[in-house]
Design a protein around this ligand. Structure first.
Ligand code: SF4
Length: 199
């Protein structure tokens, strides 16, 4: 955790280490101004913290396609790109302080490098991978299979727990993004959580 924190800071990111989901939820409520419009990327980590419900109850305008009727999801994703704060997790955090993601629609990764005024990432220790190759491996054998089953996608990884680089109509992997340094126009804060969160 200390190594990845140090390398993220070298790459221009502000980093805070917290112990658990309850602590990160309190920190997010403190960090996000009342009145700020908050966009969300798809994330089991965020779902598990309960931060969407807490912000909505507090009166923040919250934009999360997971919580929106199907016909409005596209519009909500676009509006979230220009939120005051965009919350997300990641698929893999590389030990050298780089951020690796694979997206289906690309809305989540797009928001991580251009658009919102501020990006806040919440990353459990289970997302840390030593190298780019290990990061890809964790995404294809841990994250994608579980997402495919959650979403009832008919992909090979859903049953095999490994990637066949499929051509399924249900394929979830269309955009791979590696953020090497903090994008210059963005304000960033990363919460590293010292427990397993999401997948
Ligand atoms: S390319 Fe296909 S099989 Fe591989 S992880 Fe993505 S959806 Fe699963």
């Amino acid at each position: 955790m200390e190594t990845v924190k140090r390398n993220l800071e070298k790459n221009g990111f502000e980093v805070v280490v917290v112990e658990n989901a309850a602590e990160v939820k309190a920190a997010l409520l403190n960090e996000i101004p009342e009145g700020a419009i908050v966009g969300f990327g798809g994330s089991m980590t965020l779902q598990d913290t309960g931060i969407y419900e807490a912000l909505t109850e507090r009166g923040n305008k919250t934009l999360w396609h997971w919580k929106t009727e199907p016909e409005k999801r596209g519009a909500v994703c676009k509006e979230a790109l220009f939120a005051d704060v965009y919350l997300s997790s990641v698929n893999a955090l590389l030990e050298d302080g780089e951020i690796l993601n694979i997206d289906g629609n690309g809305n989540r990764v797009a928001a991580m490098f251009y658009g919102p005024k501020k990006v806040i990432l919440v990353i459990g220790k289970n997302k840390i991978a030593k190298t780019y190759e290990e990061g890809l491996e964790r995404i294809r054998t841990v994250a994608c299979p579980q997402n495919a089953r959650r979403l009832n996608r008919n992909t090979p990884c859903a049953t095999l727990n490994r990637c066949t680089d499929c051509s399924s109509p249900d394929r979830m992997c269309t955009v791979t993004s590696l953020i090497e340094k903090k994008p210059p126009t963005m304000t960033y804060k990363i919460f590293l959580v010292n427990e397993e969160l999401g997948y």
